[in-house]
Design a protein around this ligand. Structure first.
Ligand SMILES: [Zn+2]
Length: 192
């Protein structure tokens, strides 16, 4: 049966987690969370914010969608919850090198077809591809790499433009929204 082995692997992994877990800490965290930052990251299995930022349980409030897009109300609502109710003062949109979603959006712009709900994601990345293409046409470089950076900057803008709660807090100087890109090969994160 498809997926059975994988499910068993997950549950086995959880057993090991429970064995190693600090029960007192889990109980303490169960009372409430106080994450210090919101990370809007791609769903890519190689981009795991808690590992990349050496963070423990309860430290990061993570929103993950392929292509680290933040224009949907669900993603924005999650960000707003963290900012408004959990007191997070930093929101980081974290793109990454070799992003499959951005690569697919670049291919889509060249006329490749895609299917299903992924189209909706790729359409949201498209404005970044358009900007990146203009830049690459002028100055050379890699379309995908440029589109990854442009997409991060667009999503930072989206969060501020589309969320009144975040916008107000940014204007008051109590919340910062910042873009960053993770390099899969070196493990380094650089702000953009
Ligand atoms: Zn990605």
């Amino acid at each position: 049966m498809a997926g059975e082995q994988e499910l068993a692997r997950l549950l086995e992994g959880n057993k090991k987690f429970v064995e190693k877990a600090d029960v007192e800490k889990l109980k303490e965290l169960a009372k409430g969370q106080k994450p210090y930052a919101v990370i809007v990251a791609c769903s890519d299995s190689r981009v795991v914010p808690e590992k990349i930022f050496n963070a423990d349980l309860g430290e990061l409030f993570v929103v993950r969608v392929a292509g680290n897009i933040a224009c949907e109300s669900d993603a924005l609502g999650s960000i707003e919850y963290a900012v408004e109710h959990l007191g997070c003062q930093l929101v980081v949109v974290l793109g990454h090198s070799c992003c499959g979603a951005v690569t697919a959006a670049c291919k889509r712009a060249e006329g490749h077809n895609d299917e299903g709900s992924i189209t909706s994601i790729l359409k949201k990345i498209n404005p970044a591809v358009v900007k990146a293409k203009m830049k690459v046409d002028r100055m050379g470089g890699s379309l995908v790499d440029e589109a990854i950076v442009e997409n991060v900057m667009n999503q930072v803008e989206n969060i501020v433009d589309c969320s009144q709660i975040v916008r107000t807090k940014v204007r008051e100087g109590v919340v910062k929204v910042k873009g960053a890109v993770y390099d899969l090969q070196t493990g380094e994160v650089k702000t953009v």
